[in-house]
Design a protein around this ligand. Structure first.
Ligand SMILES: [Zn+2]
Length: 134
């Protein structure tokens, strides 16, 4: 999942089609399609085939790698809209049961839900099972 993409293969001033990007990194075209949904911006969304500027692609990879690296603090969530760790909007935090159990002792798995302090998108985070409860 945490595939590393060598940005050195991309020329900032060149434009790339989905097919070219797929070929460059020996990946599936569908992976590129997913990137578009994740925020990779084509030059013109109306034009087919879609072309993506090298500069944009580099930026996307960098952000992608950063978001994979960033570790969350206890009170942080990863906001998929901001693509950054964010704290909760005041009063929006709540704990819900996921309906699953984890570990040998079948502890109910819980999840924290909150709204992003910045964009107010929904965020959630699994709560690590506390050792004391086992
Ligand atoms: Zn956000």
């Amino acid at each position: 999942m945490s595939h590393k993409y060598n940005v050195g293969l991309i020329r900032s001033k060149a434009s790339y089609s989905i097919g070219e990007i797929a070929q460059l990194y020996s990946i599936d075209r569908r992976t590129c399609g997913r990137w578009l949904r994740e925020g990779l911006k084509p030059i013109d969304i109306e034009k087919k085939p879609l072309l993506i500027m090298g500069k944009e692609l580099k930026k996307f990879f960098k952000e992608k790698q950063q978001s994979q690296k960033s570790k969350l603090n206890e009170d942080e969530y990863f906001c998929f809209k901001c693509r950054k760790p964010r704290t909760a909007y005041e009063g929006s935090e709540r704990i819900v049961e996921t309906g699953k159990t984890v570990g040998k002792n079948k502890v109910n798995q819980q999840m924290k839900k909150a709204k992003c302090r910045v964009c107010k998108s929904k965020m959630n985070r699994l709560i690590k099972v506390c050792q004391k409860r086992l």
